[in-house]
Design a protein. Sequence first.
Length: 315
Amino acid sequence: MDLSKNHSVQSEEFGSLNQKKICVIILYWNSFSDTKNCIDSLLMDSKASHRIILVNNGSDNGSSELLHQWLEQQPGISINSIEYSLEKGFQKMLSSEDISQRVIESINIDRNLGFAGGNNVGIEYALDRFGPDYIVLANNDTIIESGVISELTKRMDIERTIGVAGPTIIWTTRISRLHKSDIYVNAAHPVDTDISGCFMIIRKEVFDKAGRFDNDFFLYFEETDFFRRVRKNCYRVVLIPTKTKVLHKSSGSISMIGYKSLFHLGRSGMIYWRKNHSLEFFNFFTSVIINSVILRIDFKGIKSLLQGIIAGLES
């Protein structure tokens, strides 16, 4: 479905002709409170003009209905609701395009497609309908300080070789991750390094050359695989130390699925290894397994991890 043919773009929300068009995609699953707080922080950003695209990734606990109820109570906000399924694609359900209000796009996916698949739906919708200069992917458990998007786009407008960038992240919990970008928070200039997938801004042209996320990754390592392709297509992936910050609670959705997260860790790890055969990645992956599961003698975790590894080798 070519959305650009069926809807007019509201240039007022994107700002003046000299201002960059920015779409912010928030993917969520079964989480009302965190998602509400994330949206709230974006709505309070007076320095940015962007279109917010909510993507409900198959929630089944009523969180989507609660978000709509909350948004309907916010002054100056209207909701544009769209249904999506793999079989039928985008289906327009309700349009409340009132030029006197700020419109939030709300996409409802009929099943959980994982981080990669869910974000890809939002990316497709943003590119087809709005043709933005930049797309921001924000985890629903992030809080965005006013001005951070503006800081990032200003630097990327100057340095055209930067394809993907992340800001300074404030972590509220200790998590294991492939990158150590937080050690560069005091750097004077952008640093070429893998960044956190919890908040990233991507230049539109990157999707034309490097593609989108690989839907084979349901959870974990999808951004690592994406960054590898971005660099192969001559764009930089950088951390931009920003004065404004993004607060990340981390692992909100992962904590809700328990041992399934270890299954997906093993599965995605093997998919990534089969695609890229990176020794650096293999060393990291082995370290994560040893420290997070084996040394803890977590037999249920070991079983889930092994099942995921086998599934990743067979897929």
